[in-house]
Design a protein around this ligand. Structure first.
Ligand SMILES: Cc1ncc(C[n+]2csc(CCOP(=O)(O)OP(=O)(O)O)c2C)c(N)n1
Length: 653
């Protein structure tokens, strides 16, 4: 594209060389570039459009990368990537081998930390600020004026609902530091935000008396030529006091914590932002700049439906038509009618809840992502979107369970990592009857290392009292959810992103595996596999479908056995031992870390002197981003890879 300014910006210093008056056009060009790139290479659109002016202003005012910018969550950092030398590579964003989906220091010196999970920015940024102030050398290296670094945390009002953000704020108020926190308030997470803190921000921003007075006062001073840069700083301070009085909020939460508060300011006025940031950047002590923005700003369809356009998939820029169905959601070829796992969960939850008043839905800010919206629409009083607060979601569920409710607490696998001790301390020790529905288990695709759900089997298995199940089919999931209602203690059911598969299987029984093949039919003659073949696969979860595909794809694999374990805990040890007696080699297959998962459980169960165990899964590494199909291929966990491994093993037998 022929952009007047954007094509000349290869680093923030190119941006800084432009006159302030050029900045609105830079923003317009960035907006156009992001919309057109994302229309054919999907990503997080709405959040990035909302912070374009802020991004330009920050890089214009601060001396990055010497000064530190911490993005929270990093899905809003597309303009940042483009300004910091990644414009030409931006067409590879989120693709296999291409730019990372979220900021990562491995990719650029402008990315100060990994930021795929919400609410960490204040803590990380504060750590950087404090280290810089205590380590004498750090001020010298790379500094243009031998000065201390400035550190800025940019946090959304959604991310601000996370407990970690408040822990950071509390610490920022105690330790000596000059941290700047920019609170990007768009009144949205992925879904609309509810809760007291959001209402608090709304009150801060919408006091009509205050806003009117502020506007009149400012205009009058400008007209009388009484407004200079120096006076503006004083006015900012006066504003705070005026606001405190007029909004009847004597305890502005930030000021109450000894953190200076500025705003609310228009987050789409780039020149205004440059002015304010220039003024406050040298102020001593921790400070918050509260800006108000609109998610999806500047692209009408994204402004109109902010949830859908958070990550819309491919779309037609002119018409705003989305082509969501074109996306490859799963490595497994799906029949056109097969529902998403999320839809199966959402629909089943509603059906169960309609029959049983004890059932409640709990989600930490992902109601549409996990499809709890299906129940939310029908039974809103029994669905709780608790904010980006996974730990709280778990402990809150424990409280619900204590009083006789049956909470279905749905959390994405990688985000549940945030709540590990809550699971152990608040749920498992007391045997609370919480049903964890763990979404996005396994490889999730383009969101990459921060979002793959590869650790859950390994991190849940050592926890006493918990049951862990993984459905291979949509029917399995429905049955597991239904039986979980009347079980005791915690139950975790994990399933992947994308389209489900279905086939007829025997009903689910707790702790029982199901045999998918251990006899081999050749023409009319049925031969016992145990006599002929010596390799048997034990799989858990939806990857069992890929194993079936692998076994069906090659004649050489006609005699391999396959059991769908269904439960990691309690493990069907009887089946495992029987298989161990009847085969030479057991191959475990799981879409999770090899260490600690199904393979490890099997190894702990059998005598490895008698049978060989080969574990297929993810070895000791973080997995990069790319389509699910590409990543599963890379890991040798697609049908082709599994088939190859099995063929090799059979030859070796
Ligand atoms: C710990 C964690 N939980 C959930 C998510 C999923 N998530 C990604 S963005 C987002 C909403 C963030 O809202 P906000 O901070 O207001 O930023 P906005 O997208 O509105 O700009 C959520 C819930 C996450 N990234 N990390």
């Amino acid at each position: 594209m022929d952009y007047r300014y954007l094509n000349t910006i290869n680093s923030p210093s190119d941006l800084k060389a432009l006159p302030r008056e050029a900045l609105p056009e830079v923003c317009a060009e960035l907006r156009d570039f992001i919309v057109s790139e994302l229309s054919h290479n999907p990503g997080h659109l709405g959040s990035s459009l909302g912070v374009i002016e802020l991004t330009v202003a920050l890089h214009y005012v601060f001396d990055t990368p010497y000064d530190r910018l911490v993005w929270d969550v990093g899905h809003q950092a597309y303009a940042h990537k483009i300004i910091t030398g990644r414009r030409d590579a931006f067409h590879t964003n989120r693709q296999f081998g291409g730019l990372a989906p979220f900021p990562t220091p491995a990719e650029s010196e402008y990315d100060t930390c990994v930021s795929g999970h919400a609410s960490n920015s204040i803590s990380v940024a504060l750590g950087m600020q404090v280290a810089d102030s205590l380590l004498p050398e750090s001020g010298a290296e790379g500094s243009s004026a031998n000065r201390r670094r400035k550190v800025v945390a940019v946090i959304g009002d959604g991310a601000m609902t996370g407990g970690l953000a408040f822990e950071g704020l509390n610490n920022a108020s105690m330790d000596k530091n000059d941290l700047l926190i920019v609170l990007n308030d768009n009144n949205m997470a992925i879904d609309p935000i509810k809760g007291g803190f959001t209402q608090y921000l709304v009150d801060l921003t919408t006091s009509p008396r205050y806003n009117k007075l502020r506007w009149w006062g400012y205009q009058a001073l400008v007209k009388l030529h009484l407004m200079s840069d120096r006076k503006r700083a004083k006015l900012l301070r006066f504003n705070n006091n005026l606001k405190t009085t007029l909004t009847k909020q004597p305890n502005n939460i930030f000021q109450g914590l000894n953190i200076r508060y500025f705003g609310p300011s228009d987050g789409h006025d780039v020149i205004g932002l440059v002015r304010i940031l220039s003024e406050i950047k040298n102020y001593k002590g921790p400070k918050v700049l509260h800006i108000v923005t609109q998610k999806g700003k500047g692209y009408a369809p994204a402004e109109a439906d902010q949830t859908v356009w958070h990550a819309p998939g491919e779309f037609d820029v002119e018409t705003g038509e989305r082509f969501a169905d074109k996306q490859s959601l799963n490595s497994q070829p799906a029949t056109p009618t097969s529902p998403l796992w999320q839809e199966v969960f959402g629909q089943t939850l509603l059906e169960l809840a309609e029959q049983d008043k004890r059932i409640m839905g709990v989600t930490p800010a992902m109601p549409s992502g996990c499809s709890m919206t299906i129940m939310q629409k029908q039974l809103p009083e029994r669905v709780f979107d608790v904010g980006i607060a996974e730990g709280h979601a778990v402990t809150f569920s424990a409280g619900l369970a204590k009083e006789g409710a049956v909470p279905f607490c749905n959390i994405y696998s990688s985000f549940l990592q945030r709540a590990y001790d809550n699971i152990i301390h608040d749920v498992a020790i007391g045997k609370m009857h919480v049903v964890f529905c763990i979404d996005r288990a396994g490889i999730v695709g383009n969101d990459g290392a921060t979002h793959h759900g590869l650790l859950d089997l390994a991190y849940l298995r050592p926890i006493p009292n918990i049951r862990i199940a993984a459905p291979m089919t949509a029917t399995d999931l429905r049955q597991m959810m239904a039986m979980a209602v009347d079980m005791e203690g915690p139950i975790a059911i994990r399933y992947p992103r994308g389209r489900s598969k279905d086939r007829e299987l025997p009903p689910v029984e707790c702790g029982k595996a199901v045999c998918l093949r251990d006899r081999f039919t050749e023409g009319a003659k049925t031969v016992s596999l145990k006599e002929q073949r010596r390799v048997c696969v034990l799989s858990i979860g939806a990857i069992g479908n890929t194993v079936e595909e692998a076994l069906n794809s090659r004649n050489e694999l006609g005699g391999v056995g396959h059991y769908n374990m269904r439960w990691l805990k309690p493990l069907d040890t009887e089946t495992v031992c029987t298989v161990a007696e009847n085969y030479d080699t057991i191959v475990t297959v799981e879409d999770g870390m090899i260490s600690g998962g199904l393979g490890s459980a099997v190894l702990e169960t059998i005598d490895t002197r008698k049978v060989r165990v080969v574990r297929l899964g993810v070895d000791d590494r973080f997995v990069t981003h790319g389509s699910t199909a590409e990543l599963m291929h890379m890991l040798g966990l697609d049908a082709e890879g599994i088939a190859e491994s099995l063929i090799k093993l059979r030859v070796e037998c």
